[in-house]
Design a protein around this ligand. Structure first.
Ligand SMILES: NC(=O)c1ccc[n+]([C@@H]2O[C@H](COP(=O)([O-])OP(=O)(O)OC[C@H]3O[C@@H](n4cnc5c(N)ncnc54)[C@H](O)[C@@H]3O)[C@@H](O)[C@H]2O)c1
Length: 336
């Protein structure tokens, strides 16, 4: 019995050491893109959805450091204001540009309320942006919800499809005029590799007949890609580009709806610490697509780790992309 316990302890220790070593030498966690010189985004306005946590927060911090005026579109104003205070503090401590509404405009942080689960909120957010912002150089559709229990948005859509796809669909369409008048400008869409397990089942987009939370997340992420490709086609010749990326596996609070038994939690934390990227590492492709001169003029492409990647045929199906666009217009009530 004692021998078995010692063996189990040694195995656990060995496993932990191996994971720790993997964390430090593993290729998946290296930092990929620094974005170049600190003034790269000077004079540019970037809007990031879901910017108060995880990948969005890390993206906001880095683009601020590069001199951008960053608008954080966030569901919870209090949490977003707290995140903004922290971000300002971190950047000042790191010797970054002076932040605040009285600064020259470079490195400024603005918080605005945006609930992508409410078309009313998306519309009033966009109205505010259009009234207050003379330009918009980069829109980053980052916010997302992952494998939640069955819920509906304010407008009666299945939550993951409603937030991840439809909310961003309306937001982007309402801001297109401003993006066009600010061109060359960019749209960056955050999807997931899990798109592979989704399908656009037009007959039940609200999942009234059957709800499978994993399938619905994957479907919303497939919709992000089809939307990007259709939008790129529609934007040809406008000098507004749109690209989509997957960040890899990143240690954030995205899995808040997943129940992990208390006993398994330490092991889960160890595995994510060892194998998942940090938010800053995961945000590298968003930062790259938003700021790098290397991708000027590139549109309709799918990226991972700052490199173009291949898509499965279902994500390149133009007839599904076109139909999804038309159906989405009706769902969000865009008037022609
Ligand atoms: N973390 C990963 O491993 C991973 C992997 C693949 C894709 N992604 C994608 O990355 C993006 C960012 O996720 P994250 O990992 O940083 O998780 P996160 O939970 O830290 O960030 C998601 C953000 O979206 C916001 N959000 C959720 N619902 C919203 C709503 N109704 N209105 C406005 N904002 C809302 C949240 O408040 C939060 O700020 C998501 O689109 C996610 O699907 C993440």
């Amino acid at each position: 019995m004692a021998v078995a316990t010692v063996a189990a302890l040694l195995a656990a220790l060995g496993g932990a050491l191996w994971l720790a070593a993997r964390r430090f030498v593993g290729p998946s966690v290296k930092r990929l893109h620094r974005g170049g010189d600190s003034g790269l985004m000077h004079g540019k306005t970037v809007l990031i959805t879901g910017a108060n946590s995880g990948l969005g927060r890390a993206t906001a911090a880095e683009l601020l450091r590069l001199g951008a005026r960053v608008i954080m579109g966030c569901r919870d104003r209090t949490r977003a204001e707290e995140a903004a205070v922290q971000l300002r503090r971190e950047i000042c401590q790191a010797g970054g540009p002076e932040l605040g509404p009285d600064s020259s405009g470079a490195g400024e942080l603005v918080v605005k309320e945006l609930d992508l689960a409410s078309l009313r909120s998306v519309r009033s957010f966009c109205q505010e942006v259009l009234q207050e912002e003379p330009r918009l150089d980069v829109l980053i559709n980052n916010a997302g919800i992952f494998q939640c229990p069955y819920m509906k948005t304010e407008d009666g859509f299945e939550m993951q499809f409603g937030v991840n796809h439809l909310g961003h669909f309306l937001l982007t369409n309402l801001l297109l005029g401003l993006l066009k008048s600010s061109a060359p400008s960019r749209i960056v869409v955050v999807t997931s590799k899990l798109y592979k397990y989704g399908d656009i089942n037009f007959e039940d987009l609200n999942s009234e007949q059957n709800y499978n939370k994993s399938f619905c997340y994957s479907r919303s992420k497939l919709a992000n890609i089809l939307f990007t490709r259709e939008l790129a086609r529609r934007l040809e010749g406008t000098n507004v580009t749109v690209n989509v990326l997957h960040p890899g596996m990143v240690r954030t609070n995205l899995g808040r709806h997943i129940h992990i038994p208390l006993l398994v939690k330490p092991l889960f934390n160890l595995v994510t610490w060892a194998f998942f990227k940090t938010p800053l590492e995961g945000a590298q492709t968003s930062i790259y697509l938003a700021s790098s001169p290397e991708v000027e003029g590139v549109s309709g492409k799918y990226f991972g780790d700052c490199k173009e990647e291949e898509l499965l045929p279902k994500a390149m199906d133009e007839s599904v992309a076109g139909k999804l666009w038309d159906v989405s217009e009706v769902m969000v009530g865009i008037l022609k």
